[in-house]
Design a protein around this ligand. Structure first.
Ligand code: FAD
Length: 394
């Protein structure tokens, strides 16, 4: 079989590319359904983009790389597409857009766009023996034990990162990159809960509180969640993408600055109340009980001078913690690192040294923050590769 474009991976980026690459597209996936991560994303409602998307919310060794694709296929383009398909959506928080009903609507929309473009989807299909003869890519596809030899003018690698191997994630993109001498920035888990070897927060599991979490000079102001194994919640997931093993994190448990004033006024109105009782009116009671010895929250509020109250607030605002690790790819929402953007055209996602070879989506060293940015990168990079191929074959 000879085709114009073979796309590996029918996830968010691959499906988008399939819908925009012009005729002669075959898209394969070893999973039994397309867009599985879309289906389970956002608690089943898919946080499909973020109204506030700019290149600033993406992590990459080249912070300029994502600009071109994000500018040419924007969050508004995707919102228009979703609206054309009459998929109802709402903004949850911080510009994050979710389906009102189900993420399956987004998968169905992309399937419909692929059908419209005439792309052929092959599920339960694996690929082997990938080679390039100077003009074409040659590979063997295997489905239900049947092998098909395929040649393609273009090869788009959209097999994602290593996150959630249980859902079919593999390192195929990195293997293909290595085969074609394309550099890969060492992948590592991102948007992932952090762990502590001593299970120190076990007693607090389930407690959530607003926080500022800082690591490596980057701060996120969102909820923090204590878990059996350590820390999670959006603030920690965000910070984890800037964290590497051995780094400390600083947690500010009182991100709104007025606790000191509240404690002072409580000292006037309720002097005989225990300091922990007053503090439990402003922070989760289980958390106060847990930290009361570490932060010396003893005695009645009247026993504490202004200086002492200020010191307590300062301690609560700069709680230094040293995580021992992360939950790893098992639960990481994304994979940081990936195909080095130096090797790629930021306009087309094409490998500069191998005409016809493209890498898109999470396989590339571009990783978004939590909040719909990663899907936007998948849409934008998939669209960019598709447009380039369509234009080349006009
Ligand atoms: C639980 C969870 C929730 C998430 N929620 C959100 C969210 O709400 N908003 C957001 O923006 N991002 C979210 N993300 C991140 C987002 O899902 C990814 O960034 C995005 O799916 C990346 O798209 P992709 O097409 O590059 O890769 P993927 O969507 O991972 O697609 C890769 C495809 O390639 C296939 N594949 C892999 N290896 C092979 C192989 N060897 N042979 C054949 N096929 C292969 C896989 O089966 C898969 O279908 C979430 C991630 C997870 C894990």
């Amino acid at each position: 079989m000879h085709i114009q474009t073979l796309i590996l991976g029918a996830g968010a980026a691959g499906m988008m590319a399939a819908a925009h690459s012009g005729p002669g597209v075959v898209i394969i996936d070893h999973a039994k359904a397309a867009g599985e991560k879309i289906r389970i994303s956002g608690g089943g409602r898919c946080n499909f983009t973020n109204i506030g998307t700019t290149p600033a919310q993406f992590i990459s060794q080249n912070r300029h790389f994502a600009k071109s694709a994000l500018k040419r296929y924007t969050q508004w383009d995707f919102i228009n597409l979703v609206s054309d398909y009459k998929i109802a959506w709402h903004e949850k928080t911080l510009g994050q857009l979710f389906c009102d009903d189900t993420a399956k609507d987004v998968v169905a929309m992309l399937r419909a766009e692929m059908d419209k473009a005439g792309a052929q989807l092959m599920l339960n299909t694996s690929i082997s023996d990938i080679a390039h003869d100077g003009t074409h890519f040659i590979a063997t596809l295997t489905r239900d034990g049947t092998e098909t030899a395929v040649t393609a003018t273009n090869l788009i690698v959209a097999t994602g990162g290593k996150s959630i191997p249980k859902m079919g994630a593999t390192g195929l993109a990195y293997q293909i990159a290595a085969q074609f001498d394309v550099d890969v920035i060492t992948p590592r888990p991102g948007l992932v809960p952090l762990t502590f070897s001593d299970d120190r927060f076990k007693l607090l599991a389930g407690v959530a509180t607003p926080s500022n979490v800082t690591t490596n000079d980057t701060t996120f102001s969102e909820a923090l969640l204590f878990t059996h194994r350590g820390l999670s919640g959006p603030a920690i997931l965000q910070a984890s993408s800037y964290w590497t093993e051995g780094d400390a994190i600083t947690v500010n448990l009182i991100p709104t600055a007025d606790l000191y004033d509240k404690l002072r006024s409580a000292r006037t109105t309720s002097p005989k109340k225990a300091l922990t009782t007053i503090m439990s009116q402003h922070l989760p009671a289980r958390l106060i009980d847990y930290i009361k010895d570490e932060f010396a929250l003893h005695g009645n509020i009247a026993d504490h001078s202004d200086v002492r109250l200020q010191a307590i607030c300062a301690d609560l605002a700069s709680w230094d913690l040293l995580p021992s690790g992360s939950e790893g790819y098992r639960t990481a929402e994304v994979t940081l690192g990936g195909v080095n953007t130096d090797a790629l055209s930021s306009k087309t996602m094409g490998v500069k040294s191998v005409p016809g070879l493209y890498f898109i989506g999470e396989a590339v060293d571009v990783t978004g923050w939590l909040g719909g940015y990663n899907f936007q990168w998948a849409w934008s990079s998939g669209w960019a590769a598709g447009q380039a191929i369509k234009a080349a074959h006009k």
